[in-house]
Design a protein around this ligand. Structure first.
Ligand code: GUN
Ligand code: FE
Length: 440
């Protein structure tokens, strides 16, 4: 495809590793067939005839990944935040999610969410929808039209939720999940949007439903990976509840594992992990399960501070989630600064031996760290400009006075990145490319 072969010039920053940025002032990025052919201080002769897009003086960064966000909760973000998780679900989340029975309302709300995501720094997202199949397919179609790369999950929930937002039985939940998997296969035109199994969390799903989902993951995963997402160890009351619901399991993570839902039959991603036991960390590592760290949500819902330094030292796979509407901001730049800030509080108040995150580490988590989930789940590597990665890029005109980001100081590229992170740039994206196609 010719439009996916081009050169971009600008001030380029990306991660080499969790501790190391690579910066290139007035450098070149080459996109061939939607994939990066690498970054170069000067354009190699072989690419001289490609179309060039000059973003001189602007920052060019890899696209970010939001590993955990609830699309139907976008409408009530920043409302009713004076509650902890279980009350917040009952009072805010469940009544709003019930409205997605109505496709007209779903179209309105999802339209706003998708447009905000398109304008955000995220090129990729792992998304919870609701239990409603038609509204979930509608969301997938809108995301496809916007050109983003996403995993989207129709929720499963058949117990401990209000009658107006509960699937009748495990059998009904499983058969509507099958129907949704078939529909997402037949209705979507591109390979950018894929389904992800989404049991809400253990309290919302019967044993029979959880076992059935493990079977579905195995069955559908024979053709191509079918990943799974859920919530793990977010809130202390929730954890106590799970102990009562699964008395035979050693831990919360162990309960998912006992049902076969912890990386056995395909990639898995768990949001939060605020209160992990040592053996849960070991199990997460052994199974290659991804953690979506959601610092703003964990603050808003008074859940706690996840031990991210321990996760990194244990070599776990980790990225950032906005968790809208537990979190209120859709910007992964904001998730980076939140991650740094809560880690500073954790070090100061709780665990002096757990060193706070630095800028390089937080940027890595929001870009290459989260991007690695997409590779594991068969959607291409992203999050840096290494040759062979999908070409996902952001262009930000941070020095333009109208950006609200300009400064009279003489700044290095690292300085400019630090300001984007701490100022939580969101609506300031001037251009955005996903798999080599311009979506903004
Ligand atoms: N645990 C189960 N459901 C949810 C949800 O919608 N948001 C958050 N933050 N945690 C959950
Ligand atoms: Fe969540």
């Amino acid at each position: 495809m010719e439009e996916r072969n081009f050169v971009i010039t600008g001030d380029i920053v990306h991660s080499k590793s969790p501790g190391e940025l690579e910066t290139l002032e007035n450098g070149c990025l080459v996109c061939i067939g939607g994939k990066s052919a690498g970054l170069f201080p000067a354009l190699p002769g072989e690419y001289r005839n490609l179309p060039q897009k000059d973003y001189g003086g602007k920052l060019v960064l890899p696209g970010l990944s939001d590993l955990h966000v609830h699309a139907p909760q976008f409408g009530f973000r920043a409302l009713g935040m004076d509650l902890e998780l279980l009350d917040w679900l009952n009072k805010n989340a469940f009544p709003e999610e019930a409205k997605f029975q109505d496709c007209e309302y779903a179209g309105l709300s999802y339209g706003m969410f998708v447009e905000a995501l398109r304008r955000s720094p995220s090129c990729r997202a792992v998304i919870f929808a609701t239990l409603h199949t038609p509204a979930t397919v509608l969301l997938m179609e809108k995301l496809e039209e916007a050109g983003l790369v996403c995993f989207v999950g129709k929720l499963n929930m058949d117990r401990n939720c209000p009658p107006y937002l509960r699937e009748e039985s495990a059998a009904v939940s499983l058969s509507s999940t099958r129907e949704w998997l078939e529909q997402s296969e037949s209705k979507l035109k591109s390979a950018n949007i894929r389904p992800i199994l989404s049991p809400r969390f253990i309290p919302s799903c019967s044993d029979e439903l959880l076992r059935g989902l493990a079977g579905l993951q195995k069955e559908y995963g024979r053709k191509r990976p079918l990943p799974l997402q859920s919530h793990l160890s977010e809130n202390r009351q929730e954890i106590e509840w799970v102990k009562k619901l699964c008395p035979q399991s050693r831990t919360y993570a162990g309960a998912y594992s006992d049902f076969g839902l912890f990386g056995e039959a395909g990639p898995a991603i768990m949001a939060h992990c605020v209160w992990p036991e040592d053996e849960e960390i070991e199990l997460i590592k052994k199974r290659g399960v991804f953690i979506a760290h959601c610092p703003q949500s964990n603050t808003n819902l008074s859940s706690g501070i996840a031990p991210v330094r321990r996760f990194l030292e244990a070599g776990l796979r980790l990225g950032l989630g906005t968790d809208v509407a537990g979190g209120v901001h859709l910007s992964v730049f904001r998730a980076m600064s939140d991650a740094i800030q809560v880690s500073k509080l954790r070090q100061a108040l709780l665990a002096p031996e757990e060193k706070a995150l630095g800028l390089e580490e937080a940027f890595y988590l929001g870009s290459a760290g989260g991007g690695a989930f997409f590779e594991q789940a068969g959607m291409g590597r992203s999050g840096s400009f290494d040759a062979g990665n999908d070409f996902d890029a952001l262009v930000i005109d941070d020095m333009n006075p109208v950006s609200g980001l300009a400064s009279p100081l003489h700044l290095s590229l690292r300085d400019r990145l630090e300001r984007l992170v701490y100022l939580a740039a969101d609506g300031n994206i001037n251009a955005k490319y996903v798999r080599g196609l311009q979506v903004l």
